[in-house]
Design a protein around this ligand. Structure first.
Ligand SMILES: Nc1ncnc2c1ncn2[C@@H]1O[C@H](COP(=O)(O)OP(=O)(O)O)[C@@H](O)[C@H]1O
Ligand SMILES: [Mg+2]
Length: 248
């Protein structure tokens, strides 16, 4: 199960990536969670300070593998990277890209070639569940990696702008061969929010996550997001089950 979490800034991508990753581990799965958002707040949602080395900072290694001095190797060797550069948090293997991802798929700097190959490797050649906390711009996935993503999960909230971002992302997704797109509705406060989303989406989302005070509090304190609240736990369970069901 290879899942990319995308959506407008602030909709809850990192929160949901952390909750899904932790839930996967609880279910007995091996999970790699990747922070590929320049914002880099997945570790904080998992409740730790960032101690995993952001891959982008491995300058010497990147130069050695992907080349430097103007010559870029497009398929650098990276198969050893995921087992070396991660931090284990509550059973989840966290990797931080520390992304530059500049210039979209057209950019062929060694850093991008390296990061793209790591993602490719994780998507296509590994057995672990992979959850990637991304951003709205998915162009840099590129075709090969895009095809390795089983599910593109766009997070929206009851707000028109997050829906506009979703539609834009899905257009891009088609261009890079991402077949399966799903939606998760977050910060839903009641029936009115739910109806607004259902009406606007014209599709059945994977799940609705309630607006949750515990999430707010943990985020104010910089603490781990944990689904102690029954309703929140129920929605995460439902989303996980929906993904497993769709992808099996
Ligand atoms: N279901 C929710 N209920 C309440 N607050 C939430 C919920 N989901 C996310 N948040 C809050 O919204 C803010 C943005 O969430 P975050 O996961 O960092 O978004 P993103 O990664 O998409 O930028 C954080 O302060 C987070 O605590
Ligand atoms: Mg984030």
């Amino acid at each position: 199960m290879k899942v990319a979490i995308v959506g407008k800034g602030g909709v809850g991508k990192s929160t949901i990536s952390a909750l899904l990753g932790t839930y996967g581990v609880e279910r007995g799965r091996e999970v790699i969670a990747i922070d590929a958002d320049p914002d880099m707040n997945l570790s904080s949602c998992l409740g730790v300070k960032n101690t995993a080395t952001p891959l982008i900072e491995l300058e010497d290694l990147i130069a050695e593998r992907a080349g430097g001095g103007g010559l870029v190797k497009l398929n650098p060797k990276v198969s050893d990277i995921p087992d070396k550069f991660y931090q284990k948090v509550n059973g989840v293997k966290l990797m931080v890209f520390g992304t530059v991802w500049s210039g979209g798929s057209g950019c062929t700097c060694p850093e991008n070639a390296f990061l793209r190959e790591v993602l490719n490797h994780l998507m296509l050649e590994r057995d672990e569940v992979v959850v990637v906390d991304m951003e709205a711009g998915i162009e840099h996935l590129g075709r090969g990696t895009g095809e390795g993503v089983d599910a593109l999960v766009t997070v929206v909230e009851p707000d028109r702008r997050s829906l506009e971002t979703k539609w834009r992302i899905e257009e891009l997704a088609e261009d890079i061969g991402l077949a399966k797109a799903y939606t998760v509705c977050n910060k839903v406060r009641g029936v009115e929010d739910r109806e607004f989303l259902l009406e606007a989406l014209q599709e059945e989302p994977l799940g609705f996550i309630p607006y949750n005070e515990e999430i707010r509090t943990s985020s104010r304190r910089g603490e781990k997001v944990s689904p102690d609240d029954g309703q929140l736990r129920k929605s995460i369970k439902e989303i996980w089950a929906g993904l497993v069901n769709e992808l099996s």
